[in-house]
Structures are given as structure tokens and as C-alpha cells.
Design a protein around this ligand. Sequence first.
Ligand code: PLP
Length: 339
Amino acid sequence: MAQAPVGDDCFGDDPSVRLLEDICAELFGKEAALFMASGTMSNQVALRALTSPGDEVITEERYHISYFESAQSAALSGVSLNTCRTSDGILRVDDVKSRIACKPRGAAYAQVSVVFIENTINVMGGKVFPLPAMKELYAYASGKGIKVHLDGGRIFNATLAAGVALEEYGKYCDTISACFSKGLGAPFGSILCADRQTIAKARRFRKWYGGALHQAGIMAAAALYALQHHYARLVIDHENARLLAALLLENRGLDLDPTAVETNMVYFDVSGLGISAADFARAAAAQKVLLFPWTRTHVRAATHLGIGEEHIYEAAWRLQRLSSQLELEALSTLEHGML
Ligand SMILES: *Cc1c(COP(=O)(O)O)cnc(C)c1O
């Protein structure tokens, strides 16, 4: 980062940013790319570029765009999200059809302009959105003049886990975003890739949103380093997640499905210990194991850069000890109550 050649990206002459954008456009098989401050900015700028106020966006209710960005989408793009809850987290053609059919679509009413999907799917434990489902969705949407945005916050994990090239994912969506600050471990940034015309629009909105940066090459250099050095190693995170799941499975109080671990996350249910996910995460943090309480019953463990196999064994052991303590406490409260 210290040695990065920089210019002023507001004038489009920062060589490090240009290099990163060119490399990413090529990786995803798109005409152009735009460096963004965050994944949220990529999603919001993409929505703004693809929609008009009053339009509707169809998505799964638990994808990032709905779970964390519904207010932003309404306020910044003036769109409403038409969401559904799928059984397996994968938004399919039939789901989209039923969302379209659920209300009148005459010229006076809301028009669907975007289908918004996510890969990997965070809430499903980092599950890969399968390429065949993407193909079907894209074929259907294109036929209806609806754009498809792929929120690829963790697309680098998906591509390695599924053995599908990034370019393949790029083929079956109009716009695609990818984060450098997730598994790749860079301190900053995301990329939005699309055709030239959409990226030109996105460049304008990025400026509006305050995301046009000057010597951004410093950050682009970190993203380039992450792409070169931390991409292939994501498979280690996947192995570590599988190992953690296998070790936690030995624990009676924790409920988890090891077959759900496709990439770098392990979700598990702690309600069997008679404790909320938030309380469990707090207790684990006191043992220096950091977990995210995702719902009231489930916590998420994510493996990442800087976590080795030895840390996985240590974390599993500490969680095991914690669960045993909690089980004993629950038992003694029960006995106390009976006396
Ligand atoms: C993290 C993430 C985002 C948002 O990225 P930020 O850089 O935190 O704004 C969007 N979508 C998905 C799927 C993510 O995982």
C-alpha cells in the first residue's frame, strides 16, 4: 500500500485503481468495473443504476439487500423490495414468478426491474447459489426485461467451493459485486462489474454518494494484494470450517448440520443449552472465541485469514468446555427447583 502508484481516481487517472478495475472486469467477464468503498455501496449504487423510483426489486427476505439494506434501498433508490422466504435460501424462477403474480402489474402499478440474488448465501451458512439455478433465473429475467444483480460479497468462496469460474457467474447476471474485505482480508473495498453503460451510470451515483475517492490507489493496492495472495488460500478457510463443524458435532448441547458447511461458516443452534444466542456469544467472547449471534437461537462462526488449524482445535475445546459448564448449570438449576 505504501508503494502503490497513485493518481486521482476522481479524474480517472489512478493507475492502481485502473489496474484493479481492469483485472476484475476480466475475471468476471464484464466490460467494465468500478472500485467501491464497501459491499453496501456496490449494492446500493447498482440498484440506483438499474432502477427508477417506484420500481420493485424481487429478492429473498434474508439476503443482505433485504436483511440489512431495505431502508437504504427505499431511501436512496426509491424502490420497494418484494421479498419471499424460500425453503433452501435459493431464489428460483418459480419464486420470482409468484412474486410478480402477487399483485396487479398494469402500467399504473409497480414494475419489477431487478431480481437480486446473493452468493454465497450468508444466512444459509455460506451456501453456494448453484450455477444452474442462476442460469434459469437469468434466462427467465432477461426474457422479461428484468435485470439480475448478483451480490457476490463472498463470490470468491463460492467459486472455489463449487469449482465454477468467476467468469461463469458473471455470464448469468447483469451486474455483479464482490468484496475484498471479507475472506480476502483486505481492509477496504468492493468491486462492481457490468457493461460499460451501466458502469458509467454507477460512476455518477458513486460520486453522488460520496464514494469517489482521490488517492484510492492505496486501497486498490491492498485489494490487488489480497486477490493475488489470499484468494487461493480460501480453501483453507473451508477446510477449517469443516473441521470446526466436525469437532463441535461431538458436543451434545449444540445442534448443527455438518453437511450445511460448504464454505467458511458454521452456524449452530445453542438453544439446547437453555441460553440465547446473544448470551452464548457473550460467554464465548469471555473465552476469547468470537461468534456472531445471528438469530435468537443460532450463532455463526466464520473462519478467515489468520486462523489456523491449531486455533480451530483450541476454539472447539473452549466452546466444548463452555457448553459443558452451561449444561451443568442448567442441570443444577433444575435440581434446585425440584428441591
Ligand atoms: C458483507 C456483505 C455485504 C456488505 O459489505 P460491506 O462492505 O460490509 O458494506 C453485502 N452483501 C453480502 C452478501 C455481504 O456478505
